[in-house]
Design a protein. Structure first.
Lengths: 325, 325
DNA sequence: CTGAAAGCGCTAACAC
DNA sequence: GTGTTAGCGCTTTCAG
């Protein structure tokens, strides 16, 4: 392997000067720089990241832990984060937690090994009780659904408001029997709370359909089963766009068409939402702002900022499309 | 920061012994191990990855460069690769190339800095002419569409056969005017070749619809425009599932229903394909095998294997669903 | 503007 | 079973 030493020797300078050239530091005479660059070219030198990391204590890589990569919402967010990070010369390593508490905890603790300069953690499995596990002296920004009091910067989804608005939209469309696809794993669901608030305010009966898991197939099965059992509803407020797609699929299996027989709303505005048939009415959080702010917070922490933990609520809009027309 | 030195001192042993304990090496007396572990616990010691990396010359991280993360196909593949890698104690850093030649080249050259122990490169922009750029002394496994002669392990998609089979399927369904969604960027498209082979063999006229880009929206627009111009076709063999979804969307915009008015096939069998309405008939490459084999090849290269470059063609099946019924 | 010295934290090789 | 020595490649002082 070609080292800085080798380059220095070839160019007749000290390793320090090579380092200065490589890192584009000022105060290097142009001729010297030329000579060094030529030597680098000749020898095919590449800086060794490990040496640099050890010396500087930074790796130029941040970790991004998500429940599942294979999910439009996270894939989209990852793409945004990777791009934002690349603009700042940072790489992003993806960790997949499967939304389990154990894996999330493990990610937090192994990240501390300074493998990453900082961590974006999209939590799904952690709860209030795990707050102290997050009390680490390490830059972490939380992202996502759960709301708890960890003393960390937190980017939160407009869950309650968004779900309320989606439900209100269905009510405004004249629906009276609005079902909500209820996730099985937790009772702490701000989206459900938003749904309930809207339904109750309108004097309607809540209709909750429980799904096994947060994937398209589970949603399709749950909706199909509900219809088969004769449960009556004329609209569905789905917990996510994926579930909405599944709901449409489940309804189709039962011979119901959206929006003719059933209105459906989603949540997330994944790219696909605009392009399915029917296209999805959904709550659209601003993904670009999410990625940007998360990275901004993290970079500030990585730079040593000790301002009190901040909370940022992602701005959102309701996008009306065919599934609720 | 707590170092091995600190732990050694606290436990009354040498740093080497701490290293042995940390790395679960044999030949450490149980009591000593206990003492060391206790000290680690007490001090909250974590191994420093940078030090280890510098010493061992490995990072425990592989790079995975894909054209775009925000694409069901790659997101799905990434999820598989991340899981496979995690099982082997490796992390995966994702690089997004945007399918451009320049970025792909850059990824190859910066990976050499030993930031990653190896690289999976899903190329889309490189061509035969760039073969020598890939002649690096560094473990790389190519993955994906392009076929060229780089002296590297290569996992290839069954593009030609798959597209031929999909087209034959449409022919078997009685269709005579089968359109193909032609990607704009290249004439080297084995899938198109497969389509042409099937169409020609059946004595049919090829119908090529050019799309601007490989996303759902472009596909929808292209199909919409083709219909608006009065182009006649009764089936579409799409280059990917995404394009198939877009085609269905474009047809819907023109008042055509799939499969009533138009049959559509995709390619990739992304998870969504089973769950859209209508569900997609598609060519299904085995994603799990793809990820597994890619990682297997890469690990062997990382271990120093110098067997001649291998080629592995991903096994596939045709899955018939609603879009061609 | 450039160089010399030192050391980041870890582990391979060998000695005991 | 355990310790000693040395050094991976780089950059932070500080001196010139």
């Amino acid at each position: 392997m070609v080292t800085m030493q080798d380059v220095a020797q070839a160019a007749g300078v000290s390793p320090m000067t090579v380092s200065n050239v490589v890192n584009a530091r000022p105060h290097v005479k142009p001729e010297t720089r030329e000579r060094v660059l030529a030597a680098i070219q000749d020898l095919g030198y590449r800086v060794n990241a490990a040496g640099r990391n050890l010396r500087t204590g930074r790796t130029g890589t941040i970790g991004f832990a998500v429940p599942e990569i294979d999910n439009q919402y996270f894939a989209h967010l990852i793409a945004r984060v990777v791009d934002e990070a690349a603009e700042r010369g940072l790489r992003v390593a993806i960790e997949q937690t499967g939304a389990t508490r154990e894996t999330e905890i493990e990610v937090v603790s192994t990240s501390r090994n300074r493998l990453y300069d900082g961590l974006l953690l999209s939590t799904a499995g952690l709860t209030d009780a795990d707050t102290d596990l997050l009390q680490v002296d390490y830059p972490i920004v939380l992202l996502g659904e759960s709301l708890f009091d960890a003393p960390l910067d937190h980017i939160i989804m407009p869950n309650h408001e968004g779900a309320r608005e989606a439900t209100e939209h269905l009510i405004a469309r004249g629906r009276r029997k609005i079902a909500y696809l209820k996730r099985p794993d937790t009772d702490m669901d701000p989206r459900r709370a938003g749904y309930l608030e809207a339904v109750t305010a309108a004097g309607l009966e809540p209709i909750l359909i429980e799904i096994e898991a947060l994937d398209i197939g589970s949603s399709a099965r749950a909706v199909g089963a509900a219809l088969a059992q004769g449960l009556e509803f004329d609209a569905i407020a789905a917990f996510t766009d994926n579930l909405a797609v599944g709901a449409i699929r489940g309804a189709a299996d039962a011979g119901l068409r959206v929006p003719d027989d059933l209105l459906v709303t989603g949540f997330d505005n994944v790219p696909l939402a605009a392009l399915t048939v029917p296209s999805l009415t959904t709550i659209a959080p601003d993904h670009a702002v999410t990625a940007h702010t998360a990275l901004e917070f993290l970079l500030e922490r990585m730079a040593g900022s000790t301002v009190p933990p901040r909370t940022f609520t992602i701005p959102h809009t309701l996008i009306e499309r065919e599934s609720s027309r």
